[in-house]
Design a protein around this ligand. Structure first.
Ligand code: AMO
Length: 434
């Protein structure tokens, strides 16, 4: 491709070629402007109709919005232009014309439904505030990676096609694997434990998880990004420390490196990094406090899952992130270790944002006999999991970890209403393409 200057880099006196999308055409009579947009920003192109070549003016002003054009000319200072400079064109080339009927308006002047936006993501991402979400997403994942590495973790990637599920309560997507039944993985849970039990000790993974949940809510996806941690010689308290550090690092990364994006999203004033350390409430304290809010008709009793309205009422009262620890063993999966002095209570924990659950984790059952017993108690066939349990016979250290919902983290950091806004191409009950 020919040498090209980004809009933001054009300096008065330069001879440049700028290329991008036609954001707007403004015809004031004798003078007209084409506002050209690229990934760096916008720049004004000035057409003086009586003084310029007729064909040039016709090409520049006859083009439909969102067409891709390349403009060569001299950059001049112009205090009335949006960026204080404008290009006086010598040539204009239409590289890719756009249909004048657009399915959505990238200038944002006309609002579009979320489903129309998701059907036309390329056009949707031409809006500054939508692009900003994905730039922030990239920063959050970068900051999380960096923090994991700083606490001694190695990044791993594990199979997404598997023979068995691990997370009770959510359904699996079956697939055909050379004539055999297989599934899309719900969580890297068992793999990350198997690696934490090797010499590698501390691992993290950022990858897709697949959940065939029936729910159609603003905070569930059928394909989500899980940010997973597992560490040998760690207990539930250590895993909570790492979860808190990673969540805080994500906020810090956004605060330090996403000033322009926060501005585009209208969040520059209100954005802040959580200050105090996240309080840790036991499950027992949590249900008492939820009951005391009066948000539920039926009070919660030991062993109940926490209903969304209860979580919301307590979240409003606490007003910050908080952990819920010491869950009843019976509502946590088989791989979560129970407390030695009380098998009814587990080491499982959740990290909550006032709006929703962000993380589940816990210390793991690392003793072979207890693990196999746990499978049987949950009605699972230990033979199907032999590839996993066998490794617990050859020196499996105590270990702990967590899974953090990537999109929920992005959603809560940016205050997005719907989780689908945090994914380029979300998968939900209705949506399989694009
Ligand atoms: P869990 O099933 O609680 O735990 O998932 C961990 C976190 O992942 C996010 N999440 C989702 N986000 C969007 N849509 C979904 N359908 C969805 N399902 C889960 C949530 C949730 O808190 N193996 C354990 C983790 C561990 O113990 O290490 C697990 O998967 O934010």
């Amino acid at each position: 491709m020919q040498d090209r200057t980004h809009a933001a880099d054009a300096e008065p006196g330069d001879d440049v070629t700028v290329a991008g999308w036609v954001h707007e055409l403004r015809d004031l009579g004798g003078i007209a402007f084409l506002i050209l947009r690229d990934s760096s920003g916008k720049i004004q192109i000035k057409f003086e109709k009586d003084e310029m070549d007729e064909a040039l003016v016709e090409t520049g002003l006859g083009v439909a919005r969102e067409s891709v054009v390349s403009v060569s000319g001299r950059v001049e200072e112009e205090p009335r232009a949006p960026t204080d400079v404008e290009v006086v064109p010598e040539s204009v080339e239409v590289i890719a014309p756009a249909d004048p009927e657009l399915p959505l308006d990238p200038s944002g002047k006309v609002d579009a439904e979320l489903s129309t936006r998701l059907d036309n993501r390329t056009l949707d991402l031409r809006k500054e505030e939508v692009q900003a979400i994905f730039e922030v997403r990239a920063e959050i994942l970068r900051a999380a990676r960096e923090r994991f590495r700083a606490v001694g973790c190695t990044e791993i990637t594990t199979p997404k096609i598997v023979a068995t599920g691990t997370e009770g309560g959510t359904e699996l997507f079956p697939i055909t694997y050379f004539g055999r039944e297989a599934f899309m993985n719900q969580s890297p849970q068992l793999f990350k434990q198997l690696i934490a039990g090797s010499n590698v000790e501390r691992v993290f993974e950022i990858g897709p998880i697949f959940r065939a949940e029936e729910h159609n809510t603003p905070r569930h996806l059928n394909e989500a990004t899980s940010i997973d941690f597992e560490g040998a010689f760690c207990d539930d308290g250590d895993a909570m420390d790492v979860a808190e550090e990673v969540v805080r690092a994500a906020y810090e990364g956004v605060a330090e490196n996403c000033a322009d994006q926060l501005e585009s999203l209208g969040l520059a004033e209100e954005f802040s990094v959580p200050e105090a350390s996240f309080p840790r409430l036991t499950y027992e304290e949590t249900i008492e406090r939820i009951n005391a809010t009066g948000a539920l008709e039926e009070p919660l009793v030991w062993g109940d899952d926490l209903p969304t309205e209860g979580e919301k009422a307590l979240g409003e009262e606490i007003g910050s992130h908080y952990f819920i620890t010491d869950w009843p063993s019976e509502i946590k999966p088989f791989y979560i270790k129970d407390h030695d002095d009380d098998p009814e209570v587990s080491t499982g924990f959740d990290l909550m944002h006032p709006r929703m659950e962000l993380v589940s984790g816990g210390q793991r059952e690392h003793r072979y006999d207890h693990l196999v017993e746990g499978f049987e108690q949950q009605g699972l066939d230990p033979e199907q999991f032999e590839y996993y349990t066998e490794m617990f016979r050859y020196g499996m250290p105590p270990h702990a970890g967590f899974g953090l919902g990537g999109e929920r983290l992005i959603m809560t950091i940016l205050g997005l209403e719907n989780i689908r806004e945090a994914v380029l191409f979300p998968r939900d009950r209705q949506r399989l393409s694009p």
